[in-house]
Design a protein. Structure first.
Lengths: 176, 176
């Protein structure tokens, strides 16, 4: 029988659509409950104007985008790695502050997957510093097993059908 | 190569968390893009004050809840079925109007699963009346195969870990 309320660590992973989108839905609900919210988006380019960043700006939701976009050339990785670590330092500050009800680390799994941060060091830090009442949402493909083990709630999104396969391009409001 | 933009029919199904939540995330993005939005929630009780209904009210998003909550006693099904069919009639009016960019039919699959509406009749109606540019999102468990066949994008949410198993109760901002 469910009997306690506590801050959950929630992971949305898998190759399907909807990982960030489901996190935005939680944000939307939490905003309705007047919760104190912070979003840190990794990887995604700071230059993008996404539906969610416009909406967050209008709603006064604290939002940081700390990414260079996806970088494929190993010689260009340096700035992306520095930016990602800057994002994690900011995340640590916000998490440890105790000033939030819900913090979203969007696309954070890639930092672990690429080895830009050490997964064990990140989880040890969270165990020591995450306030018990804070909900922490982490999204991205290929969540490492240790993160899945640490999390309270893990949802895997799987595509059954995807319109790209049918020649339809990404469109506003749906994909971004 | 992706080459066209058109309204998608999107289905979120599966036994995992995040079906409605991912739909709310799309709504949040679409609101950021100033799209014209309508939500019809089936099954859920009209009396509930959920984070998402509070948020939608504040944002001026058109939102209808047409449900009696989940009903398990067959003798009490009558009002639930009438309410559900009333919801579908409203959905048909809104869909056919051409006045929206995105319509969400939340928990709609149950009407098909329970046989309260005929799946083939619903899909025939959509084929004939859904405007080409309209994005239609349908959520709920056990989406019938014909609906999956009809949809452009189907995501199945699977739970890997769920806190109910660990004795944590549902909490605001996360579950509702």
């Amino acid at each position: 029988m469910p009997r306690q309320t506590r801050g959950l660590t929630i992971v949305h992973t898998g190759n399907g659509k909807g990982k960030t989108t489901a996190a935005l839905g939680m944000l939307f609900r939490a905003w309705g409950h007047d919760q104190r919210l912070c979003v840190i988006q990794f990887i995604k380019s700071e230059k993008g104007r996404w539906g969610e960043t416009i909406a967050a700006e209008r709603l006064g939701i604290e939002w940081h985008t700390l990414g260079e976009g996806f970088v494929w050339n190993p010689d260009d990785m340096g700035p992306a790695i520095l930016k990602a670590r800057e994002g994690w330092a900011l995340a640590q500050e916000r998490i440890a502050s105790g000033a939030y009800d819900l913090i979203l680390l969007d696309e954070f799994t890639y930092l672990l997957k690429f080895g830009w941060l050490d997964t064990k060091a990140v989880l040890d830090w969270l165990r020591a510093h995450k306030p018990a009442a804070l909900h922490l949402i982490i999204t991205g493909r290929d969540a490492p097993p240790a993160l899945i083990e640490y999390a309270d709630l893990v949802t895997v999104m799987e595509n059954v059908k995807h319109p790209y396969e049918q020649g339809v391009r990404a469109q506003p409001g749906i994909e971004f």
